[in-house]
Design a binder for this molecule. Structure first.
Ligand code: PPS
Length: 301
């Protein structure tokens, strides 16, 4: 495992956003583009795709426990989740690239994470008919979570103040582009690619057990009652928050003094961030942007 050897206090690692094939991106996610596009997926690879901050780590850990919780108990205490489930497109200084990490995963299946919009996913995933799990989260909570993440993560663009952040989010000027395009285009993909399971953060919060059942049925897994209980316990927010292998506390580019990675884990935290006027404006914009009535999000449960 290779870890960052530069001292984040001494270097400004904060990237700028730029337009990349029509999507706002930072160079950490495009520098390895050619290699990533050539990634050779295997038929049993499982891709976990999300817009950033939608519940990637939650579902990654769920899958890791479902597949390897019993067979490899030592994995649970020694390998951080970001090494078990590599982030395909990431390329940071002095670290193994996500693509190399994915290539070298010893597990079967290999669990792989991406934040790519659907059109950026390497061709081999489609050719191999890989199972893909997409997790989506309502725009307001997603944005709040992303704002705090951009504050604490030295390899994310500077967030600026909250008001300008709302504006940028609406415009899609965020790493990985527009939330609207991301959730909408992945949703559309579901209509033509049947090996795609589209999940919602809000459903997971409402009834984790029910969502695990649906996930298992998609994956063709049938865990015992005890196994399912163990997975449910492991992925519970408070347990993940104190689990150093799941809470990102071992990654030096994140400053937990500013904000923890496992922050609130709630539906509806946006209410503590939006003013009434900001909320009304946001709702008006949202109505214009969300064209497909079959894709519905809940902002409270
Ligand atoms: S990343 O950086 O894009 O991979 O982040 P991601 O994991 O997608 O999203 C982080 C947010 O998910 C919350 N989270 C959870 N919520 C509920 N239960 C569990 N187990 C859980 N695990 C992660 C995490 O707290 C972040 O949301 P916020 O709202 O910031 O707390």
């Amino acid at each position: 495992m290779i870890r960052l050897s530069v001292d984040p206090d001494k270097m400004d690692l904060r990237p700028e956003l730029f337009d990349f094939h029509g999507v706002s991106m930072t160079h950490y996610f495009t520098d390895n583009w050619e290699n990533v596009q050539k990634f050779q997926a295997r038929p049993d690879d499982i891709l976990i795709a999300t817009y950033p901050k939608a519940g990637t780590t939650w579902v990654s850990y769920m899958l890791d426990l479902l597949y390897f919780g019993q067979t490899s108990p030592e994995r649970q205490t020694s390998i951080p989740i970001y090494d078990r489930v590599p982030f395909l497109e990431i390329m940071l200084p002095s670290m193994a690239t996500g693509k190399d990490q994915a290539d070298n995963l010893p597990t079967s299946p290999r669990l792989i994470k991406t934040h790519f919009p659907v059109q950026f996913v390497p061709q081999s995933f489609w050719e191999q008919n890989c199972k893909i799990i997409y997790v989506a989260r309502n725009a307001k909570d997603n944005m709040v979570s992303y704002f705090h993440f951009d504050r604490m993560n030295d390899v994310q663009p500077r967030p600026g103040d909250w008001i300008s952040y709302i504006h940028r989010f609406k415009e899609g000027k965020m790493a990985f582009g527009s939330w609207y395009d991301h959730v909408g285009n992945w949703w559309k993909k579901k209509k033509t690619y049947s090996n795609l399971h589209y999940m919602f953060y809000e459903d997971l919060t409402e009834d984790t057990g029910r969502e695990i059942d649906k996930l298992c049925s998609f994956l063709g897994l049938s865990p015992s009652v005890e196994e399912k209980q163990r997975v449910m316990g492991g992925v519970q927010f408070d347990n993940m928050k104190k689990n150093s292998m799941a809470n990102y506390s071992t990654l030096p580019v994140m400053d937990f003094k500013i904000s923890p990675f496992m922050r609130k884990g709630k539906v509806g935290d946006w209410k503590d961030h939006f003013t009434v006027a900001q909320n009304e404006e946001f709702d008006e914009h949202y109505r214009k942007m969300m064209k497909d009535p079959t894709l519905q999000f809940r902002t409270e449960i």
